[in-house]
Ligand binder design. Structure first.
Ligand code: LLP
Length: 429
């Protein structure tokens, strides 16, 4: 990855999507996530062009980032949605996606939630026959099952969702029985689904996993005389996070997938749609998280304290993920230091980066944390009663606030102190 792909430098200032990061940080405060509409649109275009086919359908996995402003941009671009549960389906409907543009790929949901999803009319990729059985008495018109093709690849063990030990999907033999059961329950319109892991940069993996998946799907289709209406290959398309990593070669990846489709012509009839559900690829590099250095100390190890904690960015603590960090106002500083970049949360895992080399920073300096568009705010929390980041969108030379910074009251709204425990004179929290 080349950091300068992300930024422009004009008069010694670091610009993101044409705007001065220091100026925006002064105006809105930090931690601040700055999104670029044009980068989101470019990512969508890249995917659409790579798979440019009449029967191709792009569904954004909104778990990566469900900010309604971002969903709205994607709706305008004609992208569909992949939702993980009822709330995601409801938000997608609220932001204007029609039900035929939404698919749901839930896992281990209670029956009443599955029924409500069914009632919205969106198509469901059932994770297992046990989930389908919860709605089998009055089954949806179209259904699909998630296959575990016996292989998986993710950047981390925690982000690998196929293969042995995965909690997702069914092995081929179980899937065959599941389709039999669904057909017996009166379902006629069928699709098939897989999702084997997140942040994959190797086209060869997509070649192998789609080949295996298509061969399983084709066997089920032959054995049961099914013509699948869609074949959904999931998401997982990676973006580089480390400076020695190359971007995913989308051209090669899509050629491999198309080649495999040709080899399974019986599976891909004229009316069969190829569905993809990328989350990260569409939004990860569309945002930077700006933080301010608060203080420093250097005893057994150099600690660079910032105002961004693991409540805002949990990926390094959860997976050991790396997010590149760029000094904003010290970009040209010749002096470097080594150290951990740490936040204000009371955990020793509250480290955004460990033992990195970076231009020498002082309290008050700004840093930009890259790839902040995917799985950052959507995985954030209010641990330690810390606010989540404020978010702004850069759109056609204008900036728009798309998420306010939490105030204390926002974080208290759902708590209730029983009457008899209230302090004297207390009206509300
Ligand atoms: N479809 C389904 C059914 C999924 O479970 C996922 C992600 C996606 C699509 C989108 O995957 P993507 O294209 O974004 O790789 N929190 C982790 C990533 C977990 C992904 C889980 N499923 C992270 O921060 O890396």
């Amino acid at each position: 990855m080349d950091y300068l792909d992300y930024f422009d430098i004009v008069n010694g200032k670091l610009l993101f999507s044409g705007e001065d990061i220091s100026e925006l940080s002064e105006k809105y405060g930090t931690p601040l996530i700055i999104y670029s509409r044009s980068i989101i649109e470019r990512n969508v275009r890249e995917l659409m062009n790579a798979f440019d086919k009449e029967n191709f359908s792009l569904h954004y996995a909104m778990k990566a980032n469900y900010n309604p402003a971002i969903l709205s941009i994607l709706r305008e671009k004609g992208v569909g949605i992949d939702a993980a549960n009822l709330n995601e389906v409801l938000l997608a409907l609220k932001t204007g996606f029609s039900k035929d543009k939404i698919i749901a790929s839930p896992n281990n949901l209670p029956g009443n939630e599955l029924k409500k999803i069914k009632e919205t009319g969106v198509t469901i990729n059932f994770d297992d026959i046990s989930q389908f059985n919860m709605v089998a008495a009055d089954p949806p018109e179209t259904i699909s099952f998630r296959i575990n093709p016996g292989m998986g690849k993710g950047e981390f063990e925690g982000t690998t969702t196929g293969g042995k030990g995965s909690k997702f999907g069914m092995p081929p033999e179980a899937a065959l029985k599941a389709y039999e059961t669904a057909i017996e329950s009166g379902v006629h319109r069928l699709g098939i689904h897989m999702m084997t892991g997140s942040n994959v940069l190797d086209p060869e993996f997509f070649r192998e996993s789609t080949r295996t998946f298509f061969s399983i799907a084709s066997e089920i289709s032959h054995k049961l005389g099914i013509t699948f209406e869609f074949v959904d290959i999931g998401g997982g398309f990676g973006v580089p996070y480390r400076d020695n990593e190359e971007s995913l070669d989308l051209g090669r990846t899509s050629n491999y997938i198309k080649e495999n489709m040709k080899n399974y012509r019986d599976l891909f009839t004229e009316n069969t749609k190829l569905i993809m559900e990328p989350g990260r690829y569409i939004v990860a590099n569309s945002a930077v998280l700006i933080s301010r250095v608060t203080c420093k100390k250097d005893y057994d190890r150099n600690m660079i304290g910032t105002d961004t904690g693991m409540n805002i960015l949990i990926r390094p603590a959860l997976y050991g993920a790396i997010h590149p960090i760029i000094p904003v106002n010290k970009f040209f500083n010749k002096k470097e230091e080594r150290g951990d970049v740490v936040g204000p949360i009371c955990e020793n895992t509250d480290k955004i980066a460990k033992d990195i080399s970076i231009q020498k920073l002082e309290p008050g300096d700004l840093i930009a944390i890259l790839n902040a568009g995917a799985y950052v705010t959507s995985m954030s929390s209010n641990y330690n009663l810390q606010p989540k980041a404020m978010e702004i969108l850069l759109d056609n030379r204008e900036e728009y606030i798309i998420r306010e910074r939490d105030e204390l009251q926002d974080m208290l709204n759902n708590f209730i102190i029983p009457e008899h425990l209230k302090a004297i004179g207390m009206d509300r929290l």
